[in-house]
Design a protein around this ligand. Sequence first.
Ligand SMILES: C[S@@+](CC[C@H](N)C(=O)[O-])C[C@H]1O[C@@H](n2cnc3c(N)ncnc32)[C@H](O)[C@@H]1O
Length: 265
Amino acid sequence: MCHSDYGIEMATFWDLLYKDRTIDIPFYVELAKESSPPVLELGCGTGRVLIPIAKEGVNIIGCDNSPNMLCVAQDKADALSPSIREKIRLIESDMRNINLGERFGLIVMAFNSFSYLLTLVEQKNALEKVFDHLQKGGRFVFDILNPEQGRYTDRHSGTASFLKLSGREWKNPNTGNRVVEWFSRSYNLADQVMHEIQIWEEAAIDNTSLKRYYRDRRQRYFFRYEVEHLLENIGFALEAVYGDFSCGPVTPTSTQFVFVARKRS
Ligand SMILES: C[S@@+](CC[C@H](N)C(=O)[O-])C[C@H]1O[C@@H](n2cnc3c(N)ncnc32)[C@H](O)[C@@H]1O
């Protein structure tokens, strides 16, 4: 039995689980190409977004506080041609107290990484670090889920906390065994925090359970205007809030918010 958040199991499975999530990549790649290098990605994980940016010839630094996720990113970088690999620097650091002594034209935080900042103090600490690491006129761009669509909409349901199958199944690349996902969620509606327990059950060919991995995580969900106020409080000028990665407006059915904030010149 293993317990993890972004531990070794999540790092092993991440690229498999999110291989179809490509919708955000052209958006972040285009931003990176039009910004003055280098780019910084906070919460870069396995390099799902970072590597396509480097492949476009942009120098990028990836920071994450999970050594397991970074290890996968490093292996992927090492498999690239030397001219691309040299564009990538990976750093293990917590975005709440990062100090690189460098300033960037663009800082990104892709795919809901911001939601791991649970409290106002953590959010402010991280945003102040982002602000300090930006050049004047530099942009901070990140996406988070709209709490009114998708994942967090079960927060008012009495049955959210029941353990259920998620419907996702995959093969453990190390063992070839089938992995089945169970999950339950509970919410602290006062703190806007979701607590999710995921159980990944590895099953043998005859369906007997071989191993279970437990993943226990908390995420903060945000409403649009609290984030706008937060950014403006730190000193950012809000350039845009999109409802998708094609720069469309936020609508009642948008599944995410994409914030583009600028450090005033
Ligand atoms: C939802 S994943 C997104 C990974 C990657 N950006 C992507 O799009 O595939 C969130 C990432 O943020 C990282 N993370 C969470 N809290 C962090 C913190 N305080 N400092 C740095 N990284 C953090 C996790 O380790 C994880 O890799």
